[in-house]
Design a protein around this ligand. Structure first.
Ligand code: BGC
Length: 803
């Protein structure tokens, strides 16, 4: 790595290639392509995947005598192939040549990936190759790759091959390889005009047509030259072979511009026609790069963050560079181009095949960043849920509940997509997957609607879409809660909390837990806010909604009652129990496992392979109870507990944090985000340490092999949000933008630009000073809260506070 705007790699390392490919993925929110070399195919070292947002397909596989269906985000045809060989020689392959020099750079400011290398082949020929590419941020259907070849000690003839390859399968995740993975059917290939090729394939079950066209031009010595070309054609593969004379010291540039459309696109006649038309109209690499880079410049104006670490030695740009990398990948997955699509944010980006591109609860970690920068994107992503509200209603009904029960994993049509069986790669066993019992995803959706509204005051969205989802989710929580006369309280049975290590009680076959604290308290919060949502809406709209959903005053009364009588379980010292019966579980011998296994992130797999189960122990994959302190301020938790008639003891907070942190294996990258956040007030050095570890999640692939299968967007957005909301103490509550900075020692200053209720605001923080400047805008005066006081902030006003 070098400056704060680029990721730089020296040398070629086959073992690290999968990781680099994921981290060097280029995308624009509509589609993304891994940073695989243009000459490479899926060969065990490289994996050139391309994924189109929302393009799913289902396939059936027989496992252990059962038919299981899985829905996957499809690896669509590879548009990258651009390779060459000296006439009569072998096609260029890094593994067959002597590499003299190799450097790869990802440019974050402009969204361009470059690679420069020099090699000597078996015939002693030395050649330099420079390649660059982008996936266009302003024209979401376009991408381009360009390769410049210079013979350093030879002259002769060069064969160039530029292809579109539709023979690809979903092969990016080793543990899914026993499942059927051939999602594409060949439809047609053909030449288009003199200089382009065309490929169309179709997904086998969802029947989505994918059309790609590629135009290839050669520029010997910088000017365009018409060259003879030959068509290489197969059912799902098409290439242009060009033969070009090449002279020692004279660079030859080959440019390939592609267009990608699908039958799901808006404003099209037919996707094949649009793809052909688009490559015909597309300008040159350099001209396209200019408009692409400008689109990124505009994004960075909204999304950049500035931090100056207090460090004299070492790489003082490291944190900033990684934060920017995280923003970059988030915006490549969900961007302004997403606003028009019907998609959610896959937790592993459009960067790989892990979790099959499904949509989980991870948006809870992602939306806060988008809300305060480009809330239009959040709104579009929330609409993905709204369109699937009916499916969620049916799911609730089928499970015997009311309201809407959104799936733990969602894909094309909102059906539950959680796999029925999962493979433990450590034991080789297929096991029933109960993680769909994480009903808390419903609360996350409601939380996201509420916070989007708090930041934007978008009453139209709330009124037309958000409130309906909210009320149906509240209704679900009220219906899953049952009254237990022994305790005189309501309880929730058969669920899982965020900690996926506990999916039931040891020694029983029954799935799910009783009274998971996180789920129960979130349910209470949803019910309280649902009552508020009804008040917030214009009177005629709440009446309409209550009529439409048949919500009676009695039902509202029941919501209120449950929200005051939900059961939580505490240990004797006031620590909130993760679920009922947790205290009866055994402690695990952490040292023994640390000694025995190099990596104990996934203790669940280790234990299962040993014939044991994590259900027996007091341990967790990730934050569960602590999620409460991540999502809510201490005041909110106090309010919720007191509403329930429990005593809130401030002393219990640090004890609770310490207790659960000591028992976490951080088996999810989300875990450190939460832990760093909850420590920010009480233990700033501890918080900073966890924050820096979370920063390394992907750049160093700290879970040992998960990043090549896709980046971790929750952790990526979460780290940026720690800087944005946690260290600045931003809280958007009750029509007030609250600020209460708590900058860690390791930071000298922190600068942000956020958007609150239409008002762009600059925040400039040092350890002893906070400056808040509202920029020119047409927004109304906003309410700014600093510590306990509320101020009015008009556009173009600056306020300074000492810290
Ligand atoms: C975590 C979940 C998360 C999922 C997708 C899992 O490992 O336990 O909380 O939603 O990954 O990121």
């Amino acid at each position: 790595m070098s400056d704060a705007w680029s990721l730089v790699y020296h040398g070629f390392d086959p073992k690290a290639e999968g990781l680099r490919e994921a981290l060097c993925t280029l995308g624009n929110g509509y589609f993304a392509t891994r940073g695989a070399a243009p000459e490479a195919s899926d060969d065990g070292v490289h994996y050139p995947g391309t994924y189109v947002a929302g393009c799913y397909n289902r396939l059936k596989t027989e496992i252990a005598g059962r038919d299981v269906w899985n829905e996957d985000l499809v690896n669509v045809p590879n548009w990258l192939p651009l390779t060459f060989r000296p006439e009569g020689g072998e096609w260029f392959d890094l593994r067959d040549v002597e590499l003299l020099d190799y450097r790869q750079e990802l440019h974050l400011a402009t969204g361009e990936l470059r690679r420069a290398l020099r090699y000597r082949d078996s015939g002693g020929r030395e050649t330099s190759v420079a390649s660059r590419r982008f996936v266009h941020m302003a024209h979401p259907h376009l991408a381009a790759v360009e390769t410049t070849i210079e013979p350093l000690n030879w002259s002769g003839t060069l064969d160039v091959r530029s292809a579109l390859d539709g023979r690809v399968v979903n092969n990016g995740v080793a543990r899914y390889r026993r499942l059927n993975n051939r999602h594409l059917e060949a439809v047609e290939t053909e030449a288009v005009g003199d200089d382009a090729i065309f490929l169309r394939v179709r997904t086998s079950q969802s029947r989505i047509d994918l059309a790609m066209a590629a135009r290839t031009h050669v520029y010997p010595n910088g000017s365009l030259k018409n060259t003879d070309r030959r068509l290489v054609q197969d059912a799902a593969y098409i290439a242009h072979d060009l033969t070009v004379p090449i002279t020692q010291g004279a660079a030859l540039t080959v440019e390939k511009v592609i267009a990608l459309y699908t039958s799901r696109d808006h404003a099209i006649s037919e996707c094949g026609l649009e793809a052909r038309k688009a490559v015909g109209r597309a300008r040159t690499y350099d001209a396209l790069l200019r408009t692409h880079a400008r689109a990124w410049e505009h994004i960075w104006r909204r999304f950049d963050i500035a931090i100056v670490p207090d460090r004299e030695d070492g790489d003082d740009k490291r944190e900033l560079r990684i934060l920017r990398l995280h923003v970059f990948h988030l915006l490549q997955t969900a961007s302004p181009n997403t606003i028009d699509l019907d998609v959610g944010v896959p937790p592993r980006g459009l960067h790989g095949e892990a979790y099959r591109g499904h949509i989980f609860w991870d948006e809870l970690f992602i939306f806060p960043l988008l809300n305060l920068r480009m809330p239009e994107i959040t709104r579009a992503l929330l609409m993905y849920r709204y369109r699937r509200l009916d499916e969620a209603r049916i799911a609730a009904q089928e499970a015997g509940f009311q309201g809407a029960m959104f799936p733990w994993q969602s894909g094309s049509n909102g059906r539950e997509e959680t796999q029925q069986l999962h493979l433990n790669p450590k034991s080789g066993r297929w096991l029933p997957d109960r993680s769909h019992r994480q009903r808390h995803v419903n609360a996350a959706i409601a939380y996201n609607v509420w916070h989007y509204y708090q930041v934007t005051e978008d009453l139209e969205f709330l009124s037309f879409f958000g409130a309906e989802m909210f009320l149906e989710i509240a209704r679900f929580w009220a219906s899953i809660a049952t009254y237990n006369a022994d305790h005189g309280r309501y309880e929730i049975r058969g669920v899982m909390g965020p900690d996926e290590y506990h999916d039931g009680y040891p020694d029983t076959d029954q799935a799910g837990l009783l009274n998971n604290a996180y789920t129960n308290l979130l349910a209470v919060w949803v019910l309280c806010r649902a009552l508020e949502v009804i008040e917030l809406l214009p009177q005629n709209r709440s009446q309409e909604l209550c009529e439409k959903l048949a919500i009676s005053p009695d039902e509202l009364g029941r919501w209120d009652e449950i929200s005051r009588q939900m059961r939580l379980v505490f240990f004797d010292d006031g620590i909130l129990s993760q679920f009922e019966g947790y205290e009866r579980l055994d402690e695990i011998d952490w040292d023994r496992y640390r000694e025995k296994y190099e990596d104990i992130h996934r203790l669940d797999r280790i234990l299962e392979a040993e014939g044991d189960t994590p259900n027996r122990y007091k341990l967790s994959k990730q934050a569960d109870v602590l999620m409460l302190y991540y999502l809510f301020s201490t005041e909110e938790i106090k309010e919720l507990l007191e509403r329930l008639g429990y005593t809130f003891s401030p002393d219990a907070v640090p004890k609770t944090i310490e207790y659960y942190m000591a028992r976490s294996s951080h088996g999810s990258t989300l875990s450190r985000i939460v832990d760093s956040w909850v420590l920010a007030r009480s233990n700033r050095p501890g918080s900073w340490e966890l924050f820096t570890e979370a920063l390394e999640s992907d750049v160093r692939d700290i879970q040992g092999g998960t990043t090549p299968e896709g980046i971790h967007l929750g952790a990526m957005a979460g780290t940026v949000d720690i800087v944005q909301r946690c260290y600045s103490g931003i809280d958007t509550r009750g029509d007030v933008l609250w600020l209460n900075p708590r900058i860690p020692e390791q930071l000298r200053c922190l600068r942000l630009r956020i958007l609150y209720r239409g008002q762009p605001i600059e925040l400039d923080m040092e350890r002893d000073r906070l400056m808040v400047t509202s920029l020119p805008s047409a927004a109304h005066t906003i309410q700014l809260g600093f510590r306990d006081e509320i101020f009015q902030l008009r556009p173009e006003e600056t306020r300074e506070f000492s810290l």
